[in-house]
Design a protein around this ligand. Structure first.
Ligand code: HEM
Ligand SMILES: *[C@@H]1O[C@H](CO)[C@@H](O)[C@H](O)[C@H]1NC(C)=O
Ligand SMILES: *[C@@H]1O[C@H](CO)[C@@H](O)[C@H](O)[C@H]1NC(C)=O
Length: 601
């Protein structure tokens, strides 16, 4: 990772020829006028040259953008297609659009600007920011083409790679082509079947989390369910990845902002909390770069905003990776690494134990384990959090789920894989949570070549130029009433079980993509269902009621007054859902719970 080079340097270096060329051209023009027609040169005033130097760069940018538009329009016509309709913005470089995205991040409901634009322009539209087109879509047919049928015509792309490199390196999440195939194929066997050891570690960490929950509730305080879910998934993930967990649960739970204990410095400085914060900040900093497209280095010219946080993350990971390589060398007496194809993963092995058979490149091992941690940790924690939120808001669903759990597993036993297979309602609750609050609400691909997206409703097809960023949102797609029916914004797990399933999802499976689709579909899908299920089962065995605690919710994290009465989910929201790489509840999800009495052993 080229961490220490100021980000502006490679950025400027790549663009230098394009910056210098027009200036050099003006210079050469002036010199040749002076040399060959001195009488003309004499009448051109100095200020005219000064203005020319000053404006030649913006002029070049403007003309370049005009030319690209003209060329794309011509190509579209040539193919009997049209360009995707553009968001109107008269400010230079789309600064107006950027500003409204900015302010929506601060004050708006997730994705609402994009939803508004979809109403005006259709479900696929073009946003031009800093002279770069982005074709945004929430159309299942197109997302299917991007992820599956035309998989080879799209990639994450160099833009995404550079944006994420200081966080993800070349891991499976951030690579394309052969590098991606290499990472995916060595990691896949680890997720190819359920392992008892995973259930065993979910069990231990879930029990730890729940006993801390109990103790805190007994003290009379509300708890942050999002924080607990994050600690549970962090300790679980670090254990199955590295065999050493960061013991974030052992750091204890945070207190509500109103409690004097919440200002305890020792707690903030606990190493596990420092790690968790650094990990979260690094992801946020990398994700926020997306707003500026390829120009993000201009916003952090001298030092990567991820750097201080990654240092803390690396301090944890690097020694473990080094040790794993040394251990493998010692036990195999230098037998070669470089395994190809699927390897039988032994029960109890960590991902790192498995990967050291494929490579002893420290960087590859670190990138890959960190990628899996990023892929699997927050996503699963978010799903547990939003499921808890929905269960608190929908007592009927809570009651039904709890009945299923008590019937199938009973009040105190740890669940097994077989138990989970039979728990239809639990799956439906998790699916419905993933529909309304998909852990990865937005994603992006880049076209590798020009292509056409078929026209809808008798309209001509859309022309997608080569090397164009194509962001897409399953968050928006999952809430479309034309795809899911008039009650699309209601939480109702039964839609995955009753006739609505056959009416909407079965004939059109690409309307539900919480885990993506195609060759890059989530590797940890089953793992995630099991982990989330395990936690929710333990939670509902232990507690017979969950209620939101508005008193404990930090005031600035509550949805703005102005949202009340808004149509759909926005008007009903009690917490503020936000998204960077993944979705989360701003300020946490503060709840109180009632301990189960009757059934508890
Ligand atoms: C509810 C939880 C989860 C959700 C909603 C989720 C969702 C996703 C999505 C949308 C992608 C596609 C990202 C992209 O290509 O841009 C993805 C990829 C991936 N996920 Fe998950 N995920 C979850 C949990 C997990 C877990 C627990 C693991 C592993 C422990 C995991 C491992 C991966 C990996 C390795 C990829 C990259 C696949 C590739 O690019 O080839 N995920 N996930
Ligand atoms: C967006 O907000 C950030 C701070 O939150 C600010 O630094 C940046 O200048 C804003 N950009 C625009 C275009 O308003
Ligand atoms: C939940 O969604 C997954 C993925 O689409 C599907 O395989 C499963 O059948 C669904 N289960 C239920 C009960 O809805």
């Amino acid at each position: 990772m080229a961490i220490d080079l100021p980000p502006i340097l490679p950025y400027a270096f790549e663009r230098l020829p394009r910056l210098i060329a027009p200036l050099a051209l003006v210079y050469a023009l002036r010199k040749s006028i002076e040399a060959f027609t001195p009488h003309v040169a004499a009448v051109i005033p100095g200020w005219l040259w000064a203005i020319t130097y000053l404006f030649i760069l913006p002029l070049q940018v403007a003309l370049g953008a005009q030319y690209a538009d003209w060329r794309d329009a011509r190509e579209a016509r040539r193919h009997g297609a049209v360009l995707v309709p553009s968001v109107k913005d008269n400010t230079p470089g789309g600064l107006g659009v950027l500003r409204s995205m900015n302010s929506s991040r601060k004050n708006g409901y997730l994705a609402e600007i994009a939803v508004q634009r979809s109403k005006e322009l259709g479900n696929t539209f073009n946003i031009n920011i800093l002279w770069e087109n982005r074709i945004f879509t929430s159309e299942p047919e197109y997302i299917k083409i991007i992820l599956a049928t035309e998989f080879d015509s799209f990639e994450k792309g160099p833009g995404f790679f550079h944006q994420m490199e200081s966080l993800l390196g070349t891991g499976v999440f951030n690579s394309d082509g052969d590098m991606w195939k290499f990472h995916r194929s060595m990691t896949r066997p680890f997720f190819s079947k359920e392992r008892i050891s995973h259930f065993e570690l979910f069990g231990r960490h879930a029990d730890d989390a729940i006993s801390q929950l109990r103790a805190r509730l007994k003290q009379g305080y509300a708890v942050d369910a999002q924080d607990i879910a994050s600690r549970f998934t962090l300790d679980s993930a670090t254990e199955f990845l590295f065999g050493q967990n960061v013991h974030s649960l052992a750091a204890g739970l945070p207190y509500p902002y109103t409690a004097p204990e919440s200002r305890d410095q020792a707690y903030t400085q606990h190493p596990a909390n420092v790690f968790a914060r650094a990990f979260a900040e690094a992801q946020l900093m990398a994700a926020l770069r997306g707003r500026y497209g390829a120009s993000w280095p201009l916003n952090e010219p001298w030092r990567l905003k991820t750097a201080p946080h990654m240092r803390i993350v690396r301090n944890f990971i690097d020694p473990i990776v080094t040790e794993a390589i040394a251990k493998r060398r010692a036990t195999t007496q230098g037998a070669s690494v470089g395994m190809k194809g699927d390897r039988e993963v032994k029960e109890g092995e960590t991902l790192l134990d498995h990967l050291v058979n494929y490579t002893d490149d420290e960087r590859v091992l670190r990138d890959e384990t960190l990628n899996i941690m990023i892929a699997g940790r927050d996503t699963t924690a978010n799903t547990i959090t939003f499921a808890t939120y929905m269960l608190a808001e929908h007592p009927q669903a809570f009651k039904r789920l709890r009945e299923e759990i008590l019937t199938k597993v009973g009040p105190s036993r740890r669940p097994t894989l077989e138990d989970m297979r039979e728990m239809k309602y639990l799956r439906a609750v998790i699916n419905e949570t993933l529909r309304l609050y998909p852990a990865v609400p937005f994603n992006i691909r880049t076209s590798r070549r020009a292509l056409l997206l078929p026209g809808k409703d008798g309209k001509p097809p859309f022309y997608i130029p080569a090397r164009t960023r194509v962001p897409y949102s399953v968050f928006i797609m999952h809430r479309r009433t034309d795809l899911w029916g008039p009650d699309a914004e209601e939480f109702d797990p039964d839609r995955f079980l009753d006739e609505r399933l056959h009416k909407y999802l079965t004939p059109n499976p690409f309307i539900f993509l919480p885990f993506n689709a195609g060759p890059r579909i989530c590797l940890g899908q089953q793992f995630a269902y099991h982990e989330a299920s395990f936690f929710l089962i333990r939670l509902l065995q232990s507690f017979s009621k969950i209620e939101l605690s508005p008193q404990a919710q930090p005031p600035q994290s509550k949805p703005p007054q102005a949202w009340q009465g808004a149509p759909g989910k926005k008007g009903k929201e009690k917490i503020w859902p936000k998204g960077h790489l993944t979705m989360y509840a701003e300020g946490g999800l503060w709840v109180t719970m009632e301990e189960a009495q009757d059934e508890q052993v």
